[in-house]
Design a protein around this ligand. Structure first.
Ligand SMILES: NC(=O)c1ccc[n+]([C@@H]2O[C@H](COP(=O)([O-])OP(=O)(O)OC[C@H]3O[C@@H](n4cnc5c(N)ncnc54)[C@H](O)[C@@H]3O)[C@@H](O)[C@H]2O)c1
Length: 383
């Protein structure tokens, strides 16, 4: 079993999710590589305490990420920090020769993403990917297999999106994700957009233009002391893209809805693909379910409702009928990162993490979306 020694920069919500995935690596079978977390960094020492208590392999806890990057014993780094520091920390990590799993949006804006892409080009020996876990849900893997086998025929339409609702409460205290200085001008697109783009981009469905409508529904929120402060990020984004299928050259409409204020939706990630031969739909609201309509032989247009179990890309010890959850998807994503790092290619097309090129395309899309909303018109995407 090969061991890849990790440093984590950013020990908040997502940093801890990785530690949990690494701690239950024995859940995976037939994988020939595993992570070991040896160093952690956070500017908030309280965030390091959790790692001191729970992760015995950690040898270094530091407030300074440059100290972590200077460690010979660190082979790879997971950066899960606010968007305003992505550029600096990702570029320094890559230039230090450490493999990188970065978090989305992979740079606070397009200029930051360009700088990260430059560092990647200058360090071809460094393996870099961006996190996105939802495609690893078994029902989505099934839908992705259908894409890979060209089962849909000509694409009629694609809808993807991510819907939250907790921000419907105007009294919810503000955090960095609702402040453009930390989260970026993209607002909700920077937070949730990559999740809606990963599968379409990997499928070779490229947006050529976009008409976006962005909403800032709650312009102020209380801070921790209860004082009202500006909440200056876009809460909701609705994008209508004309997408081109790189295989057939045909175009089709692709809608992307990214909502922090979608009443009744707690954490709904969905993907719908409608084709001339087959159609399929998945929503995390009913995570076991994949709906498939097979019209390849004509006849009745009937949706089949199929319950998925634990049919994962990377095999696990869990019985195949048992249901799958968020932390299982995170474990699968980390297996995909390590598998591709060691084997040089993903296990299969849709069992790979987001590539740097895919992040660059997302930045071109979100930058065009900002312009579209500002000018009230459809904007061509700079391909
Ligand atoms: N893949 C997903 O499903 C998912 C979910 C949530 C967040 N994210 C992404 O993960 C990243 C982090 O989000 P989070 O929810 O974990 O945030 P968080 O606020 O819970 O954690 C971020 C941590 O980074 C630390 N930090 C800030 N500046 C730092 C610096 N210069 N050096 C070291 N540490 C620093 C903070 O103290 C904090 O502990 C963001 O890019 C976010 O978009 C991804």
């Amino acid at each position: 079993m090969e061991v890849v020694r990790f440093g984590i920069i950013g020990c908040g919500l997502m940093g801890r999710e990785f530690a949990s995935a690494a701690a239950r690596w024995l859940h995976l079978v037939d994988i020939d590589v595993r992570p070991e977390i040896v160093a952690v960094c956070d500017t908030d020492s309280a965030a390091l305490d959790w790692f001191r208590e729970h992760v015995p392999t950690v040898k270094l806890c530091t407030l300074d990420y440059k100290e972590l990057l200077a460690q010979e014993s660190v082979d790879a780094v997971y950066c899960a920090v606010p968007h305003n520091v992505h550029q600096q920390i990702y570029v320094d990590t890559i230039n230090a020769g450490k493999h990188l799993m970065g978090e989305k949006p992979f740079g606070i804006d397009k200029a930051a993403n360009d700088a990260i892409m430059e560092a990647i080009c200058a360090n071809p020996g460094v393996f870099v990917r961006c996190s996105s876990e939802f495609p690893f849900v078994p029902a989505m893997q099934r839908l992705c297999d259908m894409i890979e086998r060209h089962e849909f025929g000509d694409i009629i339409a694609v809808n993807t999106g991510f819907l939250h609702s907790s921000d419907l409460d105007p009294d919810k205290p503000i955090n960095w994700k609702r402040m453009s200085a930390y989260n970026g001008e993209y607002g909700v697109m920077g937070d949730l957009g990559m999740h809606a783009c990963h599968v379409p981009f990997r499928a070779g469905w490229t947006p050529v233009n976009v008409r976006a409508v962005l909403s800032n529904l709650v312009p102020t929120r209380p801070d921790k002391q209860g004082n009202l402060v500006p909440c200056d990020t876009w809460d909701n984004a609705t994008l209508l893209c004309e997408a081109v299928d790189s295989e057939s050259g045909r175009t089709f409409p692709w809608t992307v809805r990214l909502f922090r204020i979608a009443p009744g939706e707690k954490d709904t990630w969905y993907c719908e693909v409608y084709g001339m031969r087959k159609s399929a739909r998945y929503s995390s609201k009913n995570t076991n379910l994949i709906e498939i309509l097979d019209y390849s032989k004509g006849g009745e247009q009937a949706w089949q409702h199929i319950d998925m179990g634990h049919e994962t890309a990377f095999k696990t010890i869990t019985g195949s009928i048992f249901e799958f959850g968020f932390s299982d998807a995170v474990l699968q994503m980390w297996a995909a990162f390590l598998y591709e790092l060691v084997h040089g290619k993903p296990l299969k097309k849709f069992a790979g993490c987001v590539t740097p090129e895919e992040t660059a395309l997302s930045h071109r899309l979100f930058t065009a979306a900002l312009q579209s909303h500002r000018e009230g018109k459809t904007v061509a995407i700079d391909l």
